[in-house]
Design a protein around this ligand. Structure first.
Ligand code: ADP
Ligand code: MN
Ligand code: MN
Ligand code: MN
Length: 332
């Protein structure tokens, strides 16, 4: 049977890149996925006169939607001269990841998102607002949780694809959810995240539900959406690793401005200092502190080793950029 290979790539949309994909039919048994091309003038990726861009496969997995033998093929974008395209943030991460391979960095990204139907979050009344935040986070019951069927289908699809999904939960705002990818290496966490996001949007199509990674999709007294990024090096995970975790804090503090500038557009609207955030103007860390920029989980402090949680990244991050910045900050 011919293979339907869904080639997925990140486009050049501003200020937040979006995902694109198209299907290539490959002969039965193909395992070596060929390069392909697309029209960069339709994806904000054409530079100069040459609008042809090249797709180079970098990661593939079973397609849980079309089923066996079909596949999802994640690609990096290159220009006609064979250089990594300026929108290709995976290529620069590759170099940093190779340079610091000995540190064995792991990441866990908590992707928050909101399901929308008819221009309002799923489960919200047609006019007015739902009850204030409180009962929805990790809630159960038809009056508290909306879209579970979709979140469950997405979880199953990620697992069938072999992605390193580590869990899901309903979030503090009705219609808001989270899934986590990790622990995984620097390139791997981004690759699995991009494919998991693609599956989320794709499954949403079947329900007429759109998924938004907008960091502040509803104004007012509602939590925004983040992408807390958990990070560790081998030294942090080993006996006495707390010392390495604490030693990284001044490094994070020194680069706070660069991080805020690259942790997703609209970060100032989300990191207000309210709603379990630390103001984007400040840098604070603390054990079990959900109002900190970086939290050291309580179990990590108790064990004296483990990982740290950077709570600042927005839901709309480019995971390759965040992975690179954290690795440079801690290991350069
Ligand atoms: P929270 O308590 O902040 O909601 P979650 O359970 O949602 O935390 O997410 C924690 C994430 O951290 C998971 O993706 C998990 O895989 C990841 N993680 C666990 N251990 C490590 C580690 N040593 N290094 C990096 N990430 C880790
Ligand atoms: Mn979480
Ligand atoms: Mn969360
Ligand atoms: Mn978290």
């Amino acid at each position: 049977m011919a293979i339907k290979a869904e080639y997925i790539w990140v486009d050049g949309a501003e200020p937040v890149k979006t995902l694109r994909s198209k299907t290539k039919i490959l002969a039965d048994g193909t395992t070596d996925y060929p390069d392909w091309g697309f029209d960069g003038s339709s994806t904000n990726q054409a530079e100069g006169h040459a609008s042809d861009c090249i797709l180079k496969p970098v990661f593939s997995c079973p397609d849980p939607i079309r089923g066996n033998p079909h596949v999802l093929v994640l690609c990096e974008v290159y220009d006609a001269e064979g250089n990594a395209h300026s929108t290709n943030t995976r290529a620069p991460l590759r170099e940093v990841a190779e340079r610091h391979a000995a540190h064995e960095a792991w990441y866990g990204i908590e992707q928050e998102y909101v399901m929308f139907e008819d221009n309002r979050p799923l489960g919200w009344p047609i006019s007015g607002y739902p009850a204030p935040q409180g009962p929805f986070y990790c809630g159960v019951g038809a009056d508290e949780v909306f879209g579970r069927e979709i979140a469950e289908e997405h979880m199953d699809a990620c697992l069938e694809a072999g992605l390193k999904l580590s869990g899901i939960n309903a979030e503090v705002m009705p219609g808001q959810w989270e899934f986590q990818i990790g622990p995984a290496g620097p390139l791997e966490v981004g690759d699995h995240m991009v494919v998991a996001r693609w599956l989320l949007y794709r499954i949403g199509e079947d329900y007429g539900v759109t998924m938004t990674l907008d960091p502040k999709p509803v104004r007012g007294d509602w939590n925004g959406s983040g992408a807390h990024t958990n990070f560790s090096t081998k030294a942090m995970r080993e006996e006495g690793g707390m010392e390495a975790i604490l030693a990284s804090m001044p490094k994070f503090e020194a680069r706070a401005d660069i991080h805020i500038a690259n942790y997703g557009p609209g970060i100032e609207q989300r990191l207000t200092g309210l709603h379990e955030t630390c103001s984007y103007k400040e840098f604070r860390y603390g054990v079990g502190h959900r109002g900190a920029s970086i939290r050291i989980p309580l179990q990590v402090a108790q064990a004296g080793k483990g990982y740290l949680e950077d709570r600042r990244p927005n839901s709309n991050i480019d995971p390759y950029v965040v992975a690179r910045l954290m690795l440079e900050t801690v290991c350069d």
